[in-house]
Design a protein around this ligand. Structure first.
Ligand SMILES: [Zn+2]
Length: 187
């Protein structure tokens, strides 16, 4: 985010606090617009990230033709409908096609897409598609289990309720036994 955009967000939060004028502690919130703007810059840093730079050619030739799983990747994102957090865990699997990707790269890819305004379904698709295409794998799959504060703190008020989404690519989609192995491995 450049300084111009940061300033726009800062000004907007000044207005929000004005809308609450009689109720907020003006002393405590004096620097809040600036702090919120800075926080959004970090929470939404995925817009500025370049996936190729993140992967940085960390693809290695290996003769390994079994499913690779990276699971329990913790994440935080903001829903695009309420700009409230949703968070939980991401499980990723892929079936390599001569190339494997550096282990640390998968969590970093999940960060690029989660640090944007998202819906859980699209987040799941984008991570899966990115891993599938960048590794040129035979197949890939992503499962996200998350709690949404927009339905826990407000609205239907359902704390603790989890939403599960999955997206499957290549042989994970087309081959029932590969798919089953993937779901068994992340259980
Ligand atoms: Zn929401």
């Amino acid at each position: 985010m450049d300084n111009h955009n940061k300033k726009i967000i800062e000004n907007a939060f000044e207005k929000i606090l004005k809308g609450l004028e009689n109720n907020v502690d003006k002393n405590g919130t004096k620097d809040t617009p600036k702090r919120v703007s800075k926080a959004y810059d970090e929470l939404l840093s995925g817009y500025d990230a370049d996936i190729n730079k993140v992967i940085n050619n960390a693809l290695f030739d290996v003769e390994y033709d079994q499913i690779v799983i990276v699971k329990n990747i913790r994440f935080y994102s903001l829903c695009e409908h309420h700009m409230l957090p949703f968070f939980g865990k991401i499980d990723v699997g892929y079936l390599p096609n001569e190339k494997i990707i550096g282990l640390s790269k998968i969590p970093r890819i999940t960060k690029v897409f989660s640090r944007r305004l998202q819906v859980q379904e699209r987040l799941t698709e984008e991570i899966g598609e990115s891993i599938y295409e960048n590794t040129k794998a035979q197949g890939a799959g992503v499962v996200i289990t998350a709690q949404h504060l927009c339905s826990a703190m407000r609205g239907v008020n359902l704390p603790g309720t989890e939403m599960v989404t999955s997206s499957l690519f290549g042989s994970f989609k087309s081959d029932p036994s590969t798919r089953k192995e993937f779901f068994d491995l992340i259980k």
